[in-house]
Design a protein around this ligand. Sequence first.
Ligand code: DNO
Length: 414
Amino acid sequence: MKLNYLANLARIRTMRESWRWFGPNDPVTISDIRQTGATDIVSALHHMPIGEIWTIDDIRRNQHLIESGNEKKSPLIWSVVESIPVHEDIKLGRDGCQVYIDNWSTSMENLAACDIKTICYNFMPVIDWTRTDLAYKLNTGAYALRFDQTKFAAFDLYILQRADADADYTETEISQAREAYQQMSPEESERLTNNIIAGLPGKMTDSYSLDDFKNALAQYSHIGHAELRDNLDGFLSHILPKAEKLGVKLAIHPDDPPRDMFGLPRIICTADDLDRLFAQQPSSSNGITLCVGTYGSRPDNDLPAMARRFGSRINFAHLRGVSRDKNEQRSFYEANHLDSDIDMVSVIRELLTEEHKREGRGQNAQNEIFIRPDHGHQMMDDIRKTVNPGYSGIGRLKGLAEVRGVIRALSTHI
Ligand code: DNO
């Protein structure tokens, strides 16, 4: 019995456990992160203006903040960038956007020179990830993030008063949104507005006032799905050949929530979108962030099947899940990592199987899939602290511990 256990121990497969760190102002410090047992850091130069070059010096400074304690303690390595923001001019395909593409490419080259070779990015126009509630109280007393379709419509129709917005909603949706809006206090309406247009932590787009936001939306009036796809394609045609040479793996993050919003096209939402992306750009450096929670907030995305089908393209994974409302499948709250609408255990089995295949092909560490817990609940001591919404320490620690348990349990059976 004992012998078997020890023999199994030697076969235990782990995954590269990473943790997002927002830099020196993050209330969850590097030494906090070290205690979680994570080995890899996901970070970015959040202070840099969108579109500017990340110099080697800038990158080394952040790397030093992360890695300087490594000699004496369990090492932490800055392995993943989340994200280099893509300038709006690139998404808009504007004349003159080439300078921003070149800058992005130089930042990538500089990161590679510092040995950071997994780069997440997204191609969402105007807004990054979006939620309506940042403190949705669960039955346990902890708080989760939530997206409420009716509140979102109330913002779009009655606060923003976007021209033609009513064409995007049914009569019933409009009357529910009106009622929700009428019941909102001025503070609630201001909070909703801030949540949506001031942006959430880690956003790769600007913060806006209502007028700026309307202007930003207006820039896209001539951009539909086809045009946005062409602009992504144009961007990738420049970036991927260099990424391949440098051994850099890109990891496009899906649009969150994964559907059109405010009349803006969103093009990384479903398995079909990914098929299209890889048909256009087959480069081996063209990969994805499997954000399980984002893709899983659509009932027509089958996550274990997507993890299997796009296995070889997955360079990074966010292992959280959502629980969708029974009667309004576009509304959801962020559930415990293992208790959502998504079969997380099967997703993890697919990721382990993929890593096993890569090993069989003799691919090196550079080809491992970095996983991270995502959007933890605000719970226990973190309720009394100021935290980055979704990025509290204890909630993510719980998520990581749960996911780690699943990896261990499955690892000797792959
Ligand atoms: C939210 C995240 C996003 C994501 C960017 C990727 O928690 O999933 O901030 O990092 O959209 O570019």
